[in-house]
Design a protein around this ligand. Sequence first.
Ligand SMILES: [Zn+2]
Length: 257
Amino acid sequence: MHVETLGDGRPDYTIVACVHGDETCGWHAFNRFKASDMSVAEPVKFVLANERAFKLGYRYCDTDLNRVMPGDETSDQHEVRLAARLRRELEGTTVIDFHSTESKGCPYVIVTGGDDASLRLAQSTGLNRVVDMSHIGGGVTRHVTGVAVECGYYDDEDASTTAYRILLHFLAAEGLLGRPYARSTPEVYEVFGDASGQGFTFVAENFRRVEEGEVFARKNGTVRRAETDFYPVLMSTHGYDDRIGFKARRMGRVDEE
Ligand SMILES: [Zn+2]
């Protein structure tokens, strides 16, 4: 894990990149910001989370860091030990955690803590969609006020450009950077279950409602039909080994108080 702080003093904010070592958009966005002539009004911490996997170009070494919080320092698995250190590093700060993904429909926010503060923080990203994964578990922002952002399709340059744009907007909206911003009122998609299955081709569209009976995935002449209406989120053909993705319901917008 690599940690550095911009500005002097104890940071109230943490920018996290590479929880998944092969999702480098947050790392690029941070370096682009450092190389710019902009500076933050208050100290901000940057954490390159899974530095070992990042250097190897892997998603992870032993297990998915995003699934093993709060971790255990005595584990023989790299990511489980790392999770314990990462949790201490994030504690007491407000967090934005950058990811890229196999699934289409980016950019959007993911919250995991089921707390209002994190939902309100999502407005500072300027993005229009929030996926609430509180019922599923996982996520490194679960124990803090924090959001994860899915910036784009893996290591497309677009993902890094989007990550940079989101980073600037977030810092401005949180009062750390003197730039124009417009807090958004994102639509909330609450995940209530997953669509399991191996080797399926996802044929619907993320964030577009699938009606009861509609085909949303195919495999060798067989099809998967929706048993009830849902909104697909993080669904893709190759994203997961054992599932197509997640099913969500639309909950309305996060509004300014
Ligand atoms: Zn990720």
